[in-house]
Write a protein that binds this ligand. Sequence first.
Ligand SMILES: Cc1cc2nc3c(=O)[nH]c(=O)nc-3n(C[C@H](O)[C@H](O)[C@H](O)COP(=O)(O)O)c2cc1C
Length: 115
Amino acid sequence: MKTCLYDAKPHLLKSVVAEDIRALTGPQPFVKDAALNLIYVADFSRIARGTNEEKDFFSAADTGFIGQNVYLFCASEGLATVVRANIDRPTLGKTMKLGPDQRITLSQTVGYPKK
Ligand SMILES: Cc1cc2nc3c(=O)[nH]c(=O)nc-3n(C[C@H](O)[C@H](O)[C@H](O)COP(=O)(O)O)c2cc1C
């Protein structure tokens, strides 16, 4: 289970960390075994204007839109999903080799519902 960066323009996943870091995306017991954990990262250097407070706001709003789309997709496909804010951001950011402008906003687990 590797960690990939989603590059939206070419619609491609690029491998960034070889090891399985699912357990680092949250303390809940299901996280380490889930089929997929999405980690939303805002890159402040790519937000052209605004104070850091405004960038925080834009990043949170954007993450909400994306996360909600994931909820809609999961509902349509019979998958389970949950958005999570409880993340050890310094440890996860270090493992993902994120720079100071790259801020983890939320994570979202996708899996199969309990039978
Ligand atoms: C922005 C945001 C952050 C959240 N963070 C957490 C979290 O860290 N841990 C958690 O257990 N639930 C968190 N929740 C709540 C869950 O996403 C979910 O709404 C809740 O567990 C109820 O899900 P259910 O209706 O499927 O049982 C968060 C919700 C939102 C909107």
